[in-house]
Design a protein around this ligand. Structure first.
Ligand SMILES: [Zn+2]
Length: 252
């Protein structure tokens, strides 16, 4: 609970959870209206993103919010949050600002490394963060029907799926999944050792894989491509560094 919210509670007795949530939300909206571009920090006053808050944010502001959250994470200053309050505040409805496509890697949980709350983002996870008809359908639901404004494809360093694609690994259904990553291996310009032992090459392929996945999303989903052309959404890319905790958001 921040000082501002505590002060507000002291002034006005809280009769119910909904009353309390409304007050906190109002405080956040007021703060946002007041400070303009600095408004993103105002969202931290609430336990869950509201429709009003989400609808006011532009795709660029949502990306800025995620960058700020990652900075809080890698500098060791995450927001002091109440997970149970978030669960209760978001139970009646969800208004996520973005849909993320990330790898299944256990060391890259999006809400943690972006310092976000329950209800802030949709998550699609698959080894190597590649798209598929089911992933695209999930993204189209997230953006066209549920109002998310950012599609963020995020790869990460030292990715096992990328290494597997470089090594031509074969195992059951994994073979077909890795085949979707192989175009990125071939498309990566790299003059040094092109093996899975060379982490610089592995990370270069992972970055190229994010770029190709972004292009495939635009090519294979006319729904999302049209929304991006209209400015309703932004399709963005990023790479998460397992060593530093820093997310490198691609320019543009
Ligand atoms: Zn991975």
């Amino acid at each position: 609970m921040c000082a501002e919210c505590s002060e507000q509670e002291a002034r006005q007795p809280i009769n119910s959870f909904h009353r309390r949530n409304f007050l906190i939300t109002s405080a956040a909206i007021t703060a946002m209206a007041f400070v303009g571009a600095g408004a993103l920090s105002g969202i931290a006053h609430a336990d869950a993103l509201t429709k009003v808050q989400r609808d006011k944010l532009s795709p660029d502001e949502i990306l800025a919010l995620m960058k700020q959250g990652n900075k809080r994470f890698y500098t060791g200053k995450p927001t002091d949050r109440n997970a149970l309050a978030q669960q209760r505040a978001s139970a009646k409805g969800q208004y996520p600002a973005a849909v993320l496509l990330t790898c299944i890697d256990s060391r890259a949980p999006a809400e943690t490394i972006l310092d976000l709350r329950i209800g802030d983002i949709f998550n699609a996870r698959v080894a190597g963060n590649v798209e598929s008809p089911d992933i695209l359908g999930s993204m189209e639901f997230a953006c066209k029907l549920a109002g998310a404004k950012v599609v963020l494809v995020m790869g990460h360093t030292a990715c096992g799926a990328i290494k597997g694609a470089i090594d031509n690994a074969e195992l059951g259904n994994l073979t077909g999944l890795l085949a979707k990553i192989k175009p990125a291996v071939a498309a990566t310009s790299y003059t040094g050792e092109r093996t899975s032992k060379n982490y610089a090459f592995v990370d270069a392929v992972a970055r190229k894989n994010v770029e190709i996945t972004m292009a495939n999303i635009r090519k294979d989903s006319p729904v999302l491509a049209a929304m991006e052309s209209d400015g309703a959404i932004k399709i963005a890319g990023a790479m998460y560094n397992l060593e530093t905790g820093v997310i490198d958001f691609f320019a543009g």
